[in-house]
Design a protein around this ligand. Sequence first.
Ligand code: ZN
Length: 164
Amino acid sequence: MARLKIRTEKDPILRKISRPVEEINTRILTLLDDMAETMRRAEGVGLAAVQVGVLRRVVVIETEPGQLIELINPVIVASSGMQRTREGCLSLPGKCGITERPMQVTVEATGRDGKRFRISGTGLLAKAFCHEIDHLDGILYPDVAKKMLTPAEIKNGSEDEDAS
Ligand code: ZN
């Protein structure tokens, strides 16, 4: 596995729309492995392929250590409830905002075995689903944030920031 370079704020690729994966080949499997490694080393809870410069609809999420979720061509098929929490992004280092996201989200995606599956998550995992799938459409969380925090507010916050 290799650690990939994470693209940051000023990189225009972050605003582009990612294309669906047509075929799960060794390139896609290697990408999944490298993205998981890159996310873990950066201590993030999620990463979209566009963040490492690959415009494909591929996402990795790990909100619980050891529970890696790999999503190819993911779509949100159901959501409910609301959570208002802090949100951050590995591509926007040092920043943090307050977002409102659904509390429960169900995603349909293809796994590395090529089979379509559904997965549901609540809380942080639901937020990560929304955040990462937004990346695939060139959307960054400040676009949807209720407010961005000042450096002092970030420092004084009681909740942890989860970067994805
Ligand atoms: Zn992000």
